[in-house]
Structures are given as C-alpha cells and as structure tokens.
Design a protein. Structure first.
Length: 154
C-alpha cells in the first residue's frame, strides 16, 4: 500500500483517474461548507461508486434525541452524487438531484454513519443511483435517487 494518505480512496486508479478523483473531491467535497458543517468525509471512490462517513454527534440530533432525517438524507445524497460524478465528462457535465427517496430503517443516537452510493444506470441525461446508509452492521436507511445530467452552460 502506498504511503499517500489518499491512496485508500482509489488504490487501483491510474494517474489520470487519480487526478480526476482528486478534482471531484476538490470541487464537490472540499469546497462545500455544508459537507464541512456535517462532518462528511469521503472514504472511498471508484468508477460509479463512492463511500462517505459522518460522525453522528449531538449537533445532528433532532428534538427526539435521534439523528435528524435530513442529516441522513444529506450523506445519502452526497454518496450518490459523488458516485455519479466519477462517470461524468470532466468539466462539461454536472449532476443535479431531481428525486431522492429514502426509507429509514432504524434510528441512530450516536456512532459513525457510513453511506455507499452506487450508480445503477447512467443515460445521456438521466441517471439512477442507490445508497445504503449504515451504522456498524445496522442498516439505517436505503435510498434511490434520480439525477439529471446537465451539460455545462445548460
């Protein structure tokens, strides 16, 4: 394994693909104040998939004392959007969420939330992705999202 701290993200990637992934991280993750507010971090990235983690701290709890559904939805949307970004044409396409359905399966009070997003189908204008959000071995939410692929300038 490489001594590069980012190698865990895309160990099998070639130099060109690695630079593309770094650019996705710069554009979509590092420059997002919202992702930083939630504590979202990319833990894996490959063609058509992405994994994120997010600590389930007190700042994410709703008045009932469980992690707010909006925070869970945010990590789900991040994982699928970045997964799709790995398949888009660099500098000429961008994904826009047009529908996101999430089934909440179990409540979370604390721990580390993880999301794995995967592209199910990508067409020229529409893409469908799925996501599992877990805490340890427990399924927290299962989702399906639809994206419009916009050409830059649209």
């Amino acid at each position: 394994m490489s001594t590069d701290p980012d190698a865990r993200l895309w160990e099998a990637a070639g130099p060109e693909e690695e630079e593309r992934y770094r650019e996705i991280l710069r554009q979509r993750v590092d420059n997002s104040p919202y992702y930083q507010l939630l504590g979202l971090e990319v833990t894996g990235l490959g063609p058509g998939w992405a994994t994120f983690k997010m600590p389930a701290g007190k700042h994410l709890l709703n008045v009932g004392g469980i992690v707010h559904g909006g925070a869970i939805t945010s990590i789900a949307d991040a994982a699928t959007g970045v997964a799709l970004a790995t398949l888009l044409e660099k500098y000429s396409e961008r994904p826009v969420t047009i529908e996101l359905k999430l089934n909440f399966c179990s409540a979370v009070v604390e721990g580390l939330l993880e999301a794995r997003g995967r592209v199910v189908q990508k067409g020229s204008r529409i893409a469908v992705c799925e996501v599992d959000v877990t805490e340890g071995d427990r399924l927290v939410a299962k989702g399906l999202s639809t994206y419009m692929v916009l050409k830059m300038g649209d």
